[in-house]
Design a protein around this ligand. Structure first.
Ligand code: GLA
Length: 356
């Protein structure tokens, strides 16, 4: 029997899933109209639905306590439920008759570490609605609605990278995305390489206040430079004259955009890895979204045999790190970094490959 049947006593009518993502390069560039390079992770969120014959909604999410009941007139109190609520309201606002539903959610996407568990939830919910109601939503529209659900209903002022990655990326190839035009293409990982993701065990404190502050600083820098967004600047010499903090924020964005494009054109994994290392230094020194623990874990990863490069991934302020490694050295490198890190600090854990 499925989880849905156990809760609601009947099988679902539709189900869908969507993955989390890890960003390889292009951090804090998406809300500056820049370039990003995420790849899907194997962990996924699954959503199942069935019409319940009345106007209200019941939502059960594994690990989130009792079922939540709501209707589209009033947002639910429980934060996780607001992501689904937002998807339902935005679908209705497109003129779709959304019937009352029983909804079931289960997920193995790690939460709160920067691997986009919320985007996976939104995209899986919208895919499930598309399936149930036969909606003409393409994958880009699903990502756009998912991002709006997050901004307008869950109160997180994010860019569009996570939702585009969850909706369009796969685990084998990275998604090169221009977040201004939404032009994109699948890019093979460098030869002889694989992705390692390690959780630092440090919760992402300050993630939302720090994130919003960085956004505001970038907008202020763009305003002073007289451009629509920092995407429109590609020469750091143009930043001279900006106040010091704004100069460093803008320098991160400009150099990070360049790193994404260089990585895509890179000759091999070593150059790609070097760009990841540079990205971490820029996030640490110019963008100031790293923490001492992330710096230590990244340094340990960078020292391991078979690691081409490593950096924090996602918004920062805690959470996970990503490394590009030789496939045959991957698990050993991850275990050794986790062990050495744990001697003086919190418990780290390998998240990708799953079960390592
Ligand atoms: C979070 C946001 C994304 C992006 C990253 C930083 O994951 O949801 O839109 O801004 O931070 O690159």
């Amino acid at each position: 029997m499925t989880g849905f049947e156990q809760i609601y006593g009947m099988p679902p009518e539709a189900w869908a899933d969507a993955p989390g993502r890890v960003n390889l390069l292009g951090e804090h560039t998406d809300y500056n109209d820049g370039f990003v390079l995420p790849v899907a992770i194997p962990q996924r969120t699954r959503v199942a639905m069935r019409r319940n014959g009345h106007a209200g909604f019941s939502l059960f999410a594994q690990g989130q306590g009792d079922p939540v009941h709501f209707d589209l007139g009033t947002p639910p109190q429980q934060h996780f439920a607001t992501y689904i609520y937002g998807c339902l309201v935005l679908t209705r606002d497109r003129g779709v008759q959304v019937p009352g539903l029983n909804i079931h959610v289960e997920s193995d996407v790690p939460m709160g570490v920067g691997l986009s568990s919320s985007a996976a939830l939104e995209v899986a919910a919208l895919r499930c609605l598309r399936q149930l109601l036969g909606l003409p939503f393409d994958d880009v529209l699903i990502a756009q609605l998912a991002q709006r659900a997050e901004v307008e209903y869950a109160g997180v002022n994010c860019g569009i990278m996570d939702q585009m990655a969850s909706s369009l990326a796969d685990t084998q190839r990275a998604l090169l995305l221009d977040t201004r035009s939404l032009e994109r293409r699948a890019v093979a990982l460098p030869r002889d390489s694989a992705v390692l993701v390690v959780d630092s065990g440090v919760p992402r404190s300050l993630a939302s206040s720090g994130y919003n502050q960085r956004r505001a600083e970038c907008e202020e820098a763009a305003r002073r430079l007289g451009v629509a967004s920092l995407r429109d600047v590609d020469d750091v010499a143009r930043l001279d004259g900006l106040p010091e903090v704004l100069l460093r924020r803008a320098r991160h964005v400009i150099t990070e955009n360049a790193r994404v494009l260089q990585a895509v054109a890179a000759a091999g994994p070593r150059e790609f890895g070097r760009l990841m290392n540079e990205s971490h230094a820029s996030l640490r020194d110019d963008y100031e979204v790293s923490t001492p623990e992330l710096d230590r874990l990244v340094a340990l990863l960078q020292q391991q045999r078979g690691v081409y490069g490593a950096r924090l991934t996602g918004a920062g302020f805690g959470g996970a790190c990503v490394a590009l490694c030789r496939p045959d050295a991957l698990v050993q490198a991850g275990r050794e970094a986790v062990r050495a890190y744990g001697v003086h600090g919190p418990r780290a854990a390998i998240l990708v490959p799953a079960g390592a």
